[in-house]
Each structure stands twice: as structure tokens, then as C-alpha cells.
Design a protein around this ligand. Structure first.
Ligand SMILES: NC(=O)C1=CN([C@@H]2O[C@H](COP(=O)(O)OP(=O)(O)OC[C@H]3O[C@@H](n4cnc5c(N)ncnc54)[C@H](OP(=O)(O)O)[C@@H]3O)[C@@H](O)[C@H]2O)[C@@H](O)CC1
Ligand SMILES: [K+]
Length: 525
């Protein structure tokens, strides 16, 4: 399976599944066998690894693997897994189905198990016995629903999901944690999985703010889809608007700096922000830029002199009209917004306009995103990118979900459920690169591509880390990297620095993060 990093909607995955069967004539039972056997091999490896079960789950080492199957092909996959587990004779196991009547493919798989001598419990008929079984499971395999779910899980399956979550046993979901769908509601019943074994391509619902915490570790198996099908479905060019890809942070590194590069050629970053009480933010952005390789950083701050002072390497000036003009003439990229509040709003809008006129790359962060008002209505068809963007200069927006929601007139909850179209439209309409920050961070290009970065850690969600990111993106732009690549590289380096610090030192501050960034972007091993 090529294109392994593509994130697809469940609906598109179901289309590809159908095309494999109907257009290419690959029997569904073959795909199911490949999916189920591959998923079992993943699960067996996980069971054999030491300490893979999360501490908060109770494990019953001698307990059975409980395979829970729904009526569809997702249930069929789980029953194929049960067969391979049974044939290996290593693990005690039990089978549960949500209801007695199954669809044809799942029924065929159950019939094989029945003839092999296995029995099953039916949730609808014996809920008490099923609860008891689940409570003593070594691991629950969740095959209630996958890409075929329509609407929120209802009826017996919803009840079984609740019982699985309440059991306290670890859960491995097949393809998707049951209940996941393309357009979910936060209140949907859904499995909270420790491991998700994806059959086929990765699904977008796993990488939203709502979905990611409930998917656990994500592993892919290939049921044998011809890659031509997915290429035909999403477009083989790099700019298809429907392309959402998972990126490995290790694949993105800053451009090498020549050994003789002096500070003048490594880029000059100007930071404008700060207000009384939030003086640390622009300085942290400045540090992010310095540790990201900028040769020089100037900060214009509206905070009181000395407030948040953190490093003598930063050239700090008061935020006056004169100093702003000076920074415009001097900088090779600007970061506008860290720690800024509303004071002098028109002035700052002028600064943004002037920077854009001069084709100076700009990173717009925090409250300064409001300079892009009037509020954008995402659906608004009459607003073209050219009218809104005001030129070709590169613009990077770095909102958190609350800030993006305010720009779009939606709620953070909407973005948590399904951010893809909102992100794509925002990038297109502003002709900007949009970095939506979170435990999963997404970078949307104006041409419609979205890069997804997984693996955020709680320590990265600490005050000031976003300022460091904005400064780093500014440094990469100042060094001549194109805006989208600069934003993606900044997110990747920021994530790696955070992961590295968290594994070494646990909690950390934004200032520590900036330093760690220096090690990584400077090429320390
Ligand atoms: N693509 C691939 O790579 C391959 C796909 N494969 C696998 O197939 C999976 C897709 O299978 P699928 O299409 O049969 O649907 P699935 O996810 O089992 O769930 C739907 C079932 O649940 C039911 N149901 C529906 N809505 C409901 C609701 N709101 N509340 C309650 N119940 C609801 C509905 O039954 P109904 O109630 O309509 O009788 C239906 O039977 C996919 O995720 C992957 O695991 C592999 O085998 C091969 C390679
Ligand atoms: K499932």
C-alpha cells in the first residue's frame, strides 16, 4: 500500500473498498482475510511486548482476549482475528456479538468459528454475562463499527460500547474505535481505545482534537488495496484540495547553514507585540527566533521596560511608531502579535499592511489575528483569495482553536470535531499558511494541502510555547525558506524539541523549549 501517510474520510475509504471489490473484482473475503490476519499479527506483537498496557487500565494477564463483533465487515475483521488467535492456541479467547443476526460476511466468519467449536455471547441477550466477561479480559478487541457507520452509534451497539469502556480492560479497536465517524458530535457514544489497528488508509477522524485522545497508539495494516485506487480517488498531483497527509517530524529539517554564514545573512527577525502584563510573550518569540537560527532579533514591545526580561541577546525597544518603522526597514521577516492586546490597533494594522506591501514575510499570532477582521465567514463564496490576501507576500497565521474559531464565527468544538474544510478555506481565502495548534497540529497551505503532525505532549501545552513557535517560523522565513515549508518545519522542530525535553526532564518552560530547539535546529545529535 503506497501513500500510507494519506488521511482519508471514512466515506472515501468506503468508496475505495467498494471499487476494489466491484471494479477490480477483488473478493471482499480476500480483503477481510488480509485485514483480519494483519490486525491479529499486530495485536499478537503488542501482547508480547512488555508494559504496553496503559497504567490506568486494569489488566487480567490470565484473562481471555474478548473479540466483540458488530454485524458489518468491521465485525468480520474481528472474527477473522479471533480465528487466527484460536489457531495459534496461545491465548484463551471469547467471542461476543452485539446482536444475534449478522450481515452476510460477518455471519460467514462466525460460522467458521462455530464449526471450530467456539461459542459466543450475544450482548442483546445476556448483557450481564458480557459485562462480567469484559471485566476480566486481558484485552478487548473492538469490531463493532468502522467506516460503514452511519450517524451516531445507536441501539445495542451503543450499549456494548458503554460496557466496553466501563470494563477498565485495555481495548484494541479494528480500523476505527467504534463510534468514530467523519462528522461526529462530542456526545456520540464511542470506544476509548488504547490501540487502533487501521485496516487500509488512515482515517481523518483519528487525527482531530476530539478523536485523537480516544484512538491510543495507531498502527496500520494493508489489506491489499491497489494504490492506483487511492491515487485516482484523491488525485495524484501534489495540490489536490483533498490531500491531508500525516507528516513525520523527523523528515523536516531546516536548510543547512554554510559554515561561513555570519549573523547578517542568517536573517533578521523583528517581533512586535507585548503589553503591560504580557511582556514575556514577545521575548519568548524572540528567543524562538534566535534558537531557530536567526542571526539577529529585534523586539518592539508595548510592555513596561524590563518586564519579562529573559535574555540579553535580544535587542529590545519600546513599541513606538518610530521603532516600528525602524523594524520594518531592518527585518527580513516579522512576527506580529505575541503578548499584544488591543491597544493601538489601527497602528498595528498599518504595520501589517506596510509589511505586506513590501513583501516581507509575516507570522501573525494571538490577538493580532484579529487584524484580519472583518470576521471571515467560511462559506462566503463572494470573497476571493486575491481580494483578501493583499498581495503575494507570505503570511503565516498561527491560531489556537479558540482564535481560529473566533475568526470563522464557529466554535472550538466545531473545529475539534472536523477541522479540515474550515482550515482549507481559511488558507485559501487569506492566501495564507494556517497553523492550527493543538495536541495534533495541522498546517494548511493556500493550495489546499494539509499536513498533520501527531505526537504533541502535555508539556508542550504550556504558556509561551506558542510564542516560541511563532518566533521559530519567523526565523525560518527570514532565512529564505518559503512560508509553507517554514511553517511545517517550525512545527516539526518544535514538536521534536518538546518530545525530547519531556522525555528527559518532564515538565518544562517555554524558555527551556527554545533552548532545546537550538540543539535540534542547530543539528546537535
Ligand atoms: N476498506 C477496507 O480497507 C476494508 C474494510 N474492511 C472492514 O470493513 C469495515 C466497513 O464495513 P461495513 O461497511 O460493513 O460497515 P461497519 O463499519 O462494519 O459498520 C456498519 C455496521 O454497523 C451497523 N450500523 C450502521 N450505522 C449504525 C448506527 N448508527 N448504529 C448502530 N449500528 C449501525 C450496520 O448494520 P445495520 O444496523 O445497518 O444492519 C452495519 O452492518 C471497515 O471499517 C473495515 O473494518 C475489511 O474487512 C476489508 C478491507
Ligand atoms: K471498530
Amino acid at each position: 500500500m503506497n501513500e500510507q501517510d494519506l488521511l482519508l474520510s471514512s466515506a472515501l475509504m468506503a468508496d475505495i473498498d467498494r471499487a476494489a471489490r466491484e471494479e477490480l473484482g477483488i473478493p471482499g473475503v480476500v480483503l477481510m482475510e488480509n485485514a483480519g490476519r494483519g490486525a491479529w499479527e499486530v495485536l499478537r506483537r503488542v501482547l508480547q511486548e512488555e508494559g504496553t498496557t496503559p497504567a490506568e487500565r486494569k489488566t487480567s494477564p490470565e484473562g481471555p482476549l474478548v473479540f466483540c463483533a458488530g454485524p458489518g465487515n468491521n465485525g468480520g475483521d474481528a472474527l477473522v482475528m479471533a480465528r487466527w488467535a484460536f489457531l495459534e492456541e496461545q491465548f484463551p479467547l471469547a467471542v461476543v456479538t452485539s446482536r444475534a443476526g449478522l450481515g452476510a460476511a460477518a455471519e460467514a466468519q462466525w460460522e467458521i468459528l462455530r464449526r471450530l467449536g467456539l461459542s459466543r455471547l450475544v450482548w442483546e441477550e445476556e448483557p450481564g454475562a458480557v459485562r462480567e466477561l469484559l471485566g476480566g479480559a486481558r484485552m478487548i478487541v473492538d469490531g463493532l463499527s468502522g467506516t460503514g457507520l452511519s450517524g451516531a452509534l445507536r441501539g445495542s451497539a451503543a450499549g456494548l460500547v458503554e460496557a466496553m469502556n466501563a470494563s477498565g480492560a485495555p481495548i484494541a479497536s479494528v480500523d476505527l474505535p467504534s463510534g468514530f465517524r467523519d462528522d461526529p458530535d462530542p456526545g456520540d457514544p464511542r470506544v476509548r481505545a488504547d490501540l487502533t489497528i487501521v485496516t487500509g488508509y488512515l482515517k481523518r477522524s483519528l487525527f482531530t482534537a476530539l478523536g485523537r485522545p480516544g484512538a491510543g497508539r495507531i498502527v496500520q495494516v494493508d489489506p491489499g488495496f491497489p494504490p492506483s485506487l487511492v491515487r485516482a480517488a484523491v488525485g495524484s498531483g501534489g495540490s489536490s484540495p483533498s490531500q491531508v497527509r500525516l507528516r513525520n517530524p523527523r523528515d523536516l529539517t531546516p536548510r543547512p547553514v554554510p559554515a561561513d554564514a555570519h549573523k547578517g545573512v542568517r536573517g533578521k527577525v523583528g517581533v512586535v507585540g507585548g503589553a503591560p502584563g504580557t511582556g514575556g510573550a514577545p521575548l519568548l518569540a524572540g528567543l524562538g527566533a534566535l534558537y531557530g537560527g536567526a542571526g539577529m532579533v529585534r523586539v518592539c514591545t508595548g510592555a513596561a521596560p524590563g518586564e519579562g526580561w529573559c535574555d540579553p541577546s535580544l535587542m529590545v525597544k519600546a513599541d513606538t511608531r518610530e521603532n516600528r518603522t525602524g523594524i520594518l526597514d531592518w527585518a527580513s521577516a516579522l512576527v506580529i502579535g505575541p503578548g499584544w492586546t488591543d491597544a493601538g490597533r489601527d497602528d498595528l494594522r498599518d504595520l501589517l499592511g506596510e509589511a505586506r506591501q513590501r513583501s516581507l514575510p509575516v507570522v501573525l499570532d494571538a490577538q493580532a489575528l484579529r487584524l484580519l477582521e472583518p470576521a471571515l465567514v467560511v462559506e462566503s463564496p463572494q470573497v476571493s483569495g486575491a481580494e483578501k490576501s493583499g498581495g503575494e507576500a507570505s503570511l503565516i497565521l498561527t491560531p489556537h482553536p479558540g482564535e481560529l474559531a473566533a475568526m470563522l464565527g464557529c466554535t472550538p468544538r466545531d473545529l475539534a470535531c472536523n477541522p479540515w474544510e474550515a482550515l482549507r478555506k481559511t488558507a485559501e481565502i487569506y492566501a495564507a499558511v494556517v497553523v492550527l495548534k493543538g495536541s495534533v497540529t495541522c498546517v494548511a497551505d493556500p493550495d489546499g494541502r494539509i499536513s498533520v503532525f501527531d505526537g504533541g505532549c502535555p508539556a508542550l501545552a504550556t504558556a509561551g510555547t506558542g510564542d516560541v513557535l511563532a518566533g521559530l517560523a519567523g526565523a525560518l522565513c527570514a532565512a529564505g525558506t518559503e512560508a509553507a515549508e517554514a511553517a511545517r518545519t517550525a512545527v516539526a522542530l518544535h514538536l521534536r524539541a518538546g518530545q525530547r525535553l519531556a522525555s528527559r526532564a518532564g515538565w518544562f518552560t517555554a524558555r527551556d523549549l527554545a533552548r532545546s530547539l537550538g540543539e535540534i535546529s542547530g543539528g546537535a545529535p
